[in-house]
Design a protein around this ligand. Sequence first.
Ligand code: ZN
Ligand code: ZN
Length: 242
Amino acid sequence: MITENILPRKQLEFNAAMDRYQKNIGYKLFSIYISLVNTFTPFLLFFLYDFNGLSTLTVLAAIFIAYIAADFINGIVHMMLDNNDSYTGLTGPFVASFHLHHRTPVYKKRNILLVYFFESGSKIWLTVYLVLLFALLITHPLPATIALLLILFAVFSCLAEVSHYCCHTESNMFTRMLSSVRILLPKSHHVQHHTNDNKRYAFLNGISDPLLDIIASFLFKGYKNNTDLHYAKYTGQETANR
Ligand SMILES: [Zn+2]
Ligand SMILES: [Zn+2]
């Protein structure tokens, strides 16, 4: 029987994946394409759809449900990526670059609109969702309330990246106020994702973390003794946002 120490192999695969990520311009161009679709498709749908008949209460309910759904689903995606150690193949460089948010949680400071645009470039799953949603809403119009909820979910999924950015990088009064009322992600809540293991994957406002923590404890062993070790020998460049 052949025994193999998995860690050195994973570290080599990680470094090779980051090398491809940094050297192949195709990954950067693809991220910009993803950012363009994720940023502008929801606003195109807002423009094309007629929401005039909706009451204020209905709109507020759609915002509330979409916000919680975005916190939960983005937390699930974060959980799956943090525990993904597949660095080979076409998607490997995206997985490897994602793991570096644990090594360097603080972002480079930049305009908040640029954060919204560029950070949405890692959300390939959201692009698939938006392309399907666009095709659905154009060919089979849904009730306006449902359409609004589904579009808002996409906007809040991108906003989740801004919330995570603010949590680590901004300390102005406005973002502190929004996080204190739990619209954005509070630092005191999210810090456990980085100090503990397999905890607090939500990053819009963290409201769904109690449920996500239970799901994570069933599905995964955590990142501290797993994927976090895979970048230990990486000495190359950070990602563009760090
Ligand atoms: Zn993480
Ligand atoms: Zn974080």
